[in-house]
Design a protein around this ligand. Sequence first.
Ligand code: CU
Length: 375
Amino acid sequence: MERVSALSRKESSIHSKIFIGLLVTLVVIYAVNIFITDSVTSPLTARIAASKPAEIFATVVTNNCTGCFNMTSVVNFLKQRANIVGEREFLFSSTEGKALIDKYNVTTLPALIVSGEVGKSSLSAVWQSLGGRLDKGAIVVANIPPYFDLSTSKTIGLVEVIYLTDNSCSECYDVGINQQILARFGLGINRSLSYDISSQDGKNLISKYKIENAPIILLSPDTSVYSALVQVWPSVGSVESDGWFVMRDPSVLGTYKNLVTGEIVKPSQQTSVTNQTNQISAGAVKEFTIDGKEFSFAPPNITVNKGDTVRITFRNVGNIGHNFGISALGIRSRTISAGASDTVEFVATESGTFEFDCSVPGHRESGMVGKLVVS
Ligand SMILES: [Cu+2]
């Protein structure tokens, strides 16, 4: 009996040693596991979290004003770049609407308030392009014209467009092309009028604004809230003391008539070779044909090797004047009319990514932009 008991004690002691040993091993494994998890898996987890689309919440405050900017288009745009986990819309006169207007100092409607993971790096360019401001951890997007000004109860940015045509000039460019350009600037148009230069209304405008060329357009003073358009306007026209935007130089759009001399002016159709360097290059000659139209380039991206001589034939396959250039490299073709082409040539001495664009006012903003990669 005693023997059995001693044996059993011995057994039990072995068991407990095994048990303690196992426990120690488990603790060690656990600790090592935590260490590995922390030092290896965590940055990976963080990377996965960062690459995940931001989870955001979109709230629109509106007064449903006629002709105002459609904020739903921004919400739809955000859906392509973030995960919208909640979406709400409130009338400005509702309790929730009033509270939001107060909290986020909203002065114009419609306003979009985005909360959640708005600080994610994937969205910073988006907020910048929308002109969003950070307020109490949320991004507030308002002030996109046309908008309703809460302090004056007026809708701002609804523009009247006057097309001044010249029906006697069959070669002249189609003044309607301006409509596409204005649309790309997001111009809200509430009224469009068309007067021929031979009509009384046309004559009145010509004398009032001392207009010398046609066809042109005139834009009412509300145009002043469209900053991108205001920025490029000086290259095509003037802003009069009464606030009207009067196009003066339609040459970038195509053929027009000088009303003073009666002369029909055609944009230059010459082809030029712009040789940017006299050095003999060791690299290969890379030739490209790039087609430009309203408002894109095809192909939009080209790649060359450092040291290559790059010859680009730019063809205008659109309806109005365009050019091709790489500002960072000091290269620019002539502005050529529809159907014409121009060639530029240069040596890619620097590696990097360079944007090319059309420098006709408004065209880059409208999408005439592409990339040259020198690798
Ligand atoms: Cu262009």
